[in-house]
Every structure is written in C-alpha cells, then in structure tokens.
Design a protein around this ligand. Structure first.
Ligand SMILES: NC(=O)c1ccc[n+]([C@@H]2O[C@H](COP(=O)([O-])OP(=O)(O)OC[C@H]3O[C@@H](n4cnc5c(N)ncnc54)[C@H](O)[C@@H]3O)[C@@H](O)[C@H]2O)c1
Ligand SMILES: O=C(O)C[C@H](O)C(=O)O
Length: 308
C-alpha cells in the first residue's frame, strides 16, 4: 500500500503524521512545491519512528510526481488556507488552479488512485477534481463532514460533560459556515437522543457553534485548523485501506440522492476499499430537507464560479 499526501503544510503534514503513526501503508509520499519542505518534514517524521515504533516510511518530494507513482490513495491538501474574517469560498480563485493541476499530475502516475480532497472550498474542489479527471465518481471523496461531525460531537460532549467517544452525530450538507447541517435530532449519547440531556436553546447553540467551528479556530490561531482536519483525513484513509466500511459524512457526487444532481455535497457514505461505496439515505424531516436544498443552492452557485 502506498499513500501520497499533496501539500506539506499544516493539514498535509498532520494527515501524513497520523497515517504514518497508524501504519496505514508501507510508504507515504509527502509532496509540496516549496523546495525542501516535504523532504524536511518527512525526515522529521521518520525520526519519530525510533521513538514511536512504527515501520511506515515517509518520503518527501519537491513537486516530483514520479515519486508518487502507483499510489493507492492520494490526499490533496495543497492550497491557501483562510485568514480570520474570510470565508472558505473566497479561496476559490487560487485553489481551483492548484487542485486542477495537482489532480492531473497525480493521475498521470497513479491512474487508479482513490482521491481525498481537503483543499477549500472543499465541495467545489471535489466537484472540480471529479469533473476534470473524469474518473469513476466513487474514487473522489471530499473531506468536510468527518471534521464537522467531530466538532459537533465535541461541542455536545462539552455541553453534557461526557466523553466525546460516547456521542454519535453527523453533520451533512456543504462544508461552509452557513451551509453545514448539524443533525441535532439524530444525535445520541450512546443511543439515547441528546435532546433528553440538553435543553433546546443549548442544543441550538451547539449547532451554531459547530457551523462556525472552523471560523472560530481561524480567529484564535490566525490561520485555519490542522489537528482535527489531519485526524479526520487519516480516519477516512484508514477506512479505505483497511476496508472498514465506516459510515462517514463525505462530499460525494449526488445523482438524485437527497433530491440533488450534479453536485458534490456532504452525505453519509460507506467508505471502503473502493472509495465511497454507497450513500446512506437518511429520512430527513421537512426542515432538514429544506436546509439541505438551501445548502445545495449555495454550493451550486460556488460551482458555477468555476466557469465564470
Ligand atoms: N476540508 C477541510 O475540512 C479542511 C480543513 C482544514 C484545512 N482545509 C484546507 O486545506 C488547505 C491547506 O490548509 P493548510 O492549513 O495545510 O495550509 P498551508 O498553507 O499550511 O499548506 C498548504 C501547502 O500547500 C502547498 N502548495 C500550494 N500549491 C501547491 C501545489 N501546486 N502543489 C503542491 N503543493 C502546493 C503550499 O506550499 C503549502 O505548503 C486549505 O485550502 C484549507 O482551507 C480544509
Ligand atoms: O475553516 C477553515 O477554513 C478550514 C477548514 O475548512 C476547517 O473547517 O477547519
């Protein structure tokens, strides 16, 4: 098994680090355009092997795609992160060009790879990667809902003063400050609806905090987050390479599911060795359906900006 992570910045390096520590592949290639950075970070990571006991070999590359040849899974994190006060959508101009060229280069050397898109605005970048590559849709997955759901569970756990590991919940829709949909109605504390433990106004605040989870961190840090994004990306990679068939909300191409077509958006999917294997069709309430349709309108207008 060989995995490539494109972009050796905050998210790419953290993703690679999580993948390596979990020994998800024999080789992990980290590639960046900045001279020496991927090589340096890979060597730094490899020097933790003698301390942590893993056997995966990280390999750095300054824009040499030959080194990525034969990758089974590729994670694309290359691109600008937002600064405080910006939306993810404002990154489209520069990141679209980066994601397009990276996807082309990757597929030249790894035509069978499953691609996980992380760069923002993620739903549109996933759509772009799929449209430009023309590879089977099940091999292109956008990472957003896994992270948003982790934030949702964390805020629920903090509100309830319980372990996040006992909370189950999902965020679907677009990966945007106003487009994501935390499914409060379906969230549980080990199977018990969280509404039994949290008052309605508090639950609404948890949902609102989840939606601006990325913006909150960007304001605090000065750039966007990487620990949870890296862990979320590695979790999806693990479900692919170990064929765990976990249900994870991911941005995938919809063809009538959830009432939408020709759009990549976050819905629960089964993730296994073929990529996303099937979409789980949740029975949404009327309000949730309306929120999903509104979210789709926003994502669709962002996709239209690709051709503007
Ligand atoms: N989907 C999500 O949930 C999620 C979460 C966090 C961050 N992100 C996004 O991920 C992206 C990366 O964030 P970051 O914090 O790691 O940024 P960063 O600036 O730390 O790293 C980005 C890296 O990409 C590299 N890069 C730029 N163009 C490249 C190219 N053509 N080929 C190879 N490498 C190239 C840069 O040199 C840099 O090292 C941003 O777009 C950010 O918004 C998405
Ligand atoms: O918030 C961002 O811009 C980065 C990422 O999408 C996140 O949710 O952390």
């Amino acid at each position: 098994m060989k995995i490539t992570v494109v972009g050796a910045g905050a998210v790419g390096a953290t993703t690679a680090d999580n993948i390596i520590r979990r020994e998800l592949a024999e080789e992990v290639v980290l590639l960046d355009i900045k001279e020496g950075v991927a090589e340096g970070k890979s060597l730094d990571m490899y020097q933790t092997a003698a301390l942590l006991g893993f056997n995966t070999r990280p390999i750095g590359s300054t824009n040499d795609y030959e080194k990525t040849k034969g990758s089974d899974v590729v994670v694309i994190t290359s691109g600008l992160p937002r600064k405080p006060g910006m939306t993810r959508e404002e990154l489209i101009g520069i990141n679209a060009g980066i994601v397009k060229s990276v996807t082309e280069n990757i597929l030249k050397y790894s035509p069978k790879a499953i691609i996980l898109v992380v760069s923002n605005p993620m739903d549109t970048m996933t759509y772009l990667a799929l449209r430009e590559s023309g590879i089977p849709k099940k091999r292109i997955i956008g990472m957003g809902g896994a992270l948003d759901s982790a934030r949702f569970k964390t805020y629920l756990a903090l509100e309830m003063n319980v372990s996040p590991n006992d909370i189950h919940g999902m965020v679907i829709g677009g990966h945007g400050d106003t487009t994501m949909i935390p499914l409060t109605r379906l969230a549980t504390y080990n199977g018990i609806p969280v509404s039994r433990f949290i008052a309605a106004d508090k639950l609404e605040k948890v949902a609102a905090d989840t939606m601006v989870g990325g913006a909150t961190l960007t304001k605090l840090i000065g750039t966007s987050a990487w620990y949870a994004p890296g862990a979320a990306s590695a979790m999806i990679v693990e479900s692919i390479v170990r064929n765990q068939r976990r249900i994870v909300p991911c941005s995938v191409m919809l063809n009538g599911e959830y009432g939408q077509k020709d759009i990549c958006m976050g819905v629960p999917v089964v993730i296994g060795k073929g990529g996303w294997e099937k979409i789980i069709n949740l029975r949404l309430s009327d309000a949730e359906k309306a929120a999903f349709a509104k979210s789709a309108d926003a994502v669709r207008s962002m996709n239209a900006a690709l051709d503007a």
